[in-house]
Design a protein around this ligand. Sequence first.
Ligand code: ADP
Ligand code: NA
Length: 329
Amino acid sequence: RWPKKIFSGIQPTGSMHIGNYLGAVRKWVDLQEAGEDVTYCIVDMHSITLPQDPRILRLNILKMTATLLACGIDPVKSTLYVQSSVKQHTELGWILSCLTTMPRLSHLPQYKEKTKKLKDIPLGLFVYPVLQAADIMVHKATHVPVGEDQIQHIQLAQHLAKIFNYKFGTTFPQCHGMISDSCDARIKSLRNPSKKMSKSDEDQKSAIYLTDEPDQILEKIKKAVTDFTSAVTFEPETRQGVSNLIMIDSLMSGDTIEEICEDAALIDTGKYKLRVAETVIDHLNPIRSKIEEYMNNPEYLVHVLEEGRNKAAEVAERTMLEVKERVGL
Ligand code: ADP
Ligand code: NA
């Protein structure tokens, strides 16, 4: 009874890396091209849960907009906007935060991971999964394409929708995570392949950014951590480093993992890295030049975000009128 509606978000913390691109954004474009009802949000309110520099954040919001457009997000077919420009996200976030508990949130794996090195934990970092649920629910989204790292957060959104509907009457659909179909689409850090590639990684050499120049890409892949075995084999459990490179290669070249390993049967991982670098450079070249083009036209980017905000705010306002009515506000 709920119309199919797709929502997803990306943080404008730093630049987009190939993990975001292969694990999420490329699928966003496919869904858009399939004619689905799609809304994509640059979630800047999530980017302030950790210390940040205002000037850099503002620039990164524009850079993320340019990058999404360069990847193929079409602002006519998709709703593309910035989270903080639609105030209903935080409004719903507050209401939802009153419907869950601190133990429930403290069990989320990302929270444990992100707070490991922190002395003092910002409250915003603790409750941000609730805001994430609000991001989805304010649009009454039914499908959320996300990386495998976000499964637990989708479950929280499902839980909150259920509780809200139970207490106040059916208002929200159940959302479904659309996790990528390949067995392990989580792209790993180049320097520490037991961890996922992440924008929040302080080691910039661990991630390949869509704006990296060819020589930077080559350098990073050459220095990617592999193991003492020189054969090119795909064993994601025991050989995470080389398996990660094969996965990146496969997703960017379109060749299967079997084809890649067969082609690389006679070369060692050192030589194989040069092949992967070439594939990645060729794949990212056109995207990088489009990002540059868009960055030279900030007025256009601002215009795109304004149009997106108008579309998103209309939906969000409608949801919040209904929510407040039901809650008694
Ligand atoms: P990050 O974790 O790099 O800060 P975001 O939280 O902004 O990225 O996530 C944006 C999208 O990219 C999410 O759908 C997330 O699941 C996906 N994603 C993030 N890192 C990876 C990765 N290493 N591999 C695959 N997908 C990823
Ligand atoms: Na994340």
